[in-house]
Design a protein around this ligand. Structure first.
Ligand code: ZN
Length: 608
């Protein structure tokens, strides 16, 4: 039953075969001028205009039992004629996007974010909401159940039925999964955490829960208080090759590939599982950093259009720094494994010359049109506020440790951000993080921030890492598979080999240039992104042999390269160049420097 103080929704997977949710919104006391209602253009955490309203297929309004005229004000906003009784809006939503950002429905499962399915009654968004989640009709769906962090309001645990939310903002922060998922649970910091895994998979649930518990407990302890939540849900969608996650206050939605999950009997940690734990760790850290410690600009966001902040380097970059750091501090990976991840992240950043043109503050601000809309020129034009942001977080952490003789660190800054902004619900002003960093450390950090955040220089990682007992060096890549990592003991130095200076897309076996790097050999020869390479020096090129063909060209030699641009065969003269020194390797310095060793252990939380 609807009451007069809350908005009631019901959502029914009306036609799983046609991917249609049928939704009803009941507004007990609509505006007498004609109620306006709208659907968000974007979802918090994913900074791109997605125009979710385009998936509304039909929509109609009624006042009590009488049909009511309704008109459209813009791409996502409607207004109906004045209505003195209860207003009922009925609509159908097409749900066929298998991502963590929107909605998906078929005969195997249903998933939705509130931003895709729940209209916002303008002016009434502060009212509480009731949501009845209905099961699809038919015997095929009798085993389905519900996994969501929405508060239950009559529904049984994991049951269909009525749930509630405090207001519209709360309503759209609890994605809902329905189907026959695999359910695991564990306790961390005294709070029940659930893991609902959908899609064909095989998992060592005990191991997964043990590792997640270690990560969640570590992060809860980092903020030095009890968890600000009474429940948490990891919603995992398993596919053949997916990857992604989106953070919420009480849950996270993740997509991973089948191989990412730990298999029964698997003892070691695979690269894929390590990456999956890193993703879980990342989204869980957001429970504080961005969901509760929030940029002031986001507090005012009504999701109808872009909201700009220069702070994503902190909300995504610091989170990216802590995601892998949490793995080593919680004991899920060893120090060597962590240094490998760190070196790979640094390498990814150094391989884009766009970092020399765009600062992380600019990257944050322009994420809507640049980071989220990357084209073939992205490596030359932009920097990732995730990767470079994580590099800056590392540099900031080590700078504070060095400057305060180990008394303070980035951990103290995170705790201070939580105390000042997260707990109080106040938004973080654009200059808030820099000010607080100086305040908690007592250091003058403006020079650092100007360089790191508003400049395009690389942070001085070599001396900073040395202060915590880690060696840092750059070298040329040994091949396209070389992502950087730990320095190999007795590793033979590979001879310098010429490279093309381009990223290759080998789908279909034919090498197509996906991106051409500024100043590289391909660009100098006039080759462009999209070109299909046919032959190098008269030898047929394939996705498999192209790198070798180029590497075999003697230094200072020019060779013809044939390529299709569109449907035209063209000849280019290529003079390959030596590979740039853009590959980071890290190693543990010898243990003789006691101070370095003490810093090292304190940084990574190692006990002896
Ligand atoms: Zn994130």
């Amino acid at each position: 039953m609807s009451n007069t103080k809350s908005i009631s929704y019901s959502i029914q997977p009306a036609s799983p075969e046609a991917h249609i949710f049928r939704v009803e919104m009941r507004v007990p006391k609509p505006s007498l001028k004609g109620q306006v209602f709208t659907l968000p253009a974007w979802i918090p955490g994913s900074y791109m205009i997605r125009d979710f309203a385009k998936n509304i297929v039909t929509l109609s309004a009624a006042c009590g039992d009488d049909p009511l005229p309704v008109g459209k004000l813009d791409k996502q906003t409607w207004q109906c004629a004045p209505c003195e009784g209860e207003l009922v809006i009925s609509y159908e939503v097409y749900a066929w996007d298998l991502s963590v950002r929107s909605a998906h429905l078929d005969i195997t499962h249903g998933y939705f974010n509130g931003t895709s399915v729940f209209l916002r009654p303008v002016g009434l968004e502060g009212l509480g909401c009731q949501v009845e989640i209905k099961c699809p009709e038919g015997p095929a769906y009798e085993q389905w159940r519900v996994a969501t962090s929405l508060q239950r309001s009559g529904a049984k645990p994991h049951g269909f039925g009525v749930y509630r939310a405090d207001n519209y903002e709360d309503l759209i922060d609890h994605p809902v999964e329905m189907g026959t998922y695999n359910l695991l649970d564990f306790k961390a910091a005294g709070v029940k955490h659930e893991v609902a895994i959908t899609g064909r998979h095989c998992v060592d649930g005990e191991r997964l829960c043990r590792d997640l518990e270690a990560i969640c407990s570590y992060q809860a302890g980092l903020f030095a208080e009890s968890l600000p939540i009474d429940r948490y849900l990891f919603q995992v969608m398993v596919t053949g090759d997916g990857y992604g996650g989106l953070e919420h206050c009480y849950s996270t939605s993740l997509i991973c590939k089948r191989d990412d999950l730990p298999q029964p009997g698997m003892e070691k940690i695979t690269d894929d599982y390590r990456q999956f734990l890193g993703l879980c760790s990342h989204e869980y850290f957001h429970l504080w950093n961005v969901k509760r410690i929030r940029p002031q600009r986001f507090l005012e966001a009504d999701l109808s259009h872009e909201v700009h902040t220069g702070l994503l380097w902190a909300f995504e970059g610091i989170t990216s720094y802590y995601d892998d750091l949490s793995l080593v501090r919680s004991g899920c990976v060893d120090v060597e494994s962590y240094l490998e991840l760190l070196a790979q992240n640094i390498t990814r950043v150094l391989r884009g010359s766009g970092r020399l043109k765009q600062s992380v503050t600019e990257s944050s601000f322009d994420t809507w049109t640049k980071f989220y809309k990357q084209d073939e020129n992205a490596p030359n034009a932009i920097v990732s506020y995730y990767g470079k942001g994580a590099m800056i977080a590392l540099a900031l952490d080590l700078t504070i440790r060095l400057g305060t003789d180990g008394e303070k660190s980035l951990d103290d800054l995170m705790r201070a951000l939580w105390q000042r902004y997260g707990k109080t619900g106040k938004g973080v002003p654009e200059e808030g993080i820099e000010q607080l960093a100086e305040e908690i450390s007592g250091l003058h950090l403006q020079g650092f921030f100007n360089m790191a955040l508003r400049g395009t220089q690389d942070p001085p990682l070599e001396p900073l890492l040395q202060s915590v007992g880690v060696g840092y060096a750059l070298r040329p890549a040994t091949g396209s598979e070389d992502k950087g990592g730990l320095r190999k003991v007795n590793g033979n130095a590979e001879p310098l080999r010429p490279v093309l200076g381009a990223r290759i897309n080998g789908a279909g076996g034919q090498p197509r240039l996906a991106a051409v790097f500024d100043g590289g050999a391909a660009q100098q020869a006039g080759l462009s992104a999209g070109d299909l390479i046919v032959a190098v020096d008269g030898i047929q090129a394939t996705a498999k042999n192209l790198e070798k063909l180029v590497a075999a060209i003697p230094a200072e030699t020019e060779v013809p390269v044939h390529a299709f641009r569109r449907d035209e065969l063209m000849q280019f003269i290529l003079r390959p160049l030596p590979p740039p020194e853009d590959t980071c390797e890290l190693w543990l310095l010898d243990a003789s420097d006691k101070k370095q060793q003490a810093n090292h252990r304190r940084w990574l939380h190692l006990s002896n």
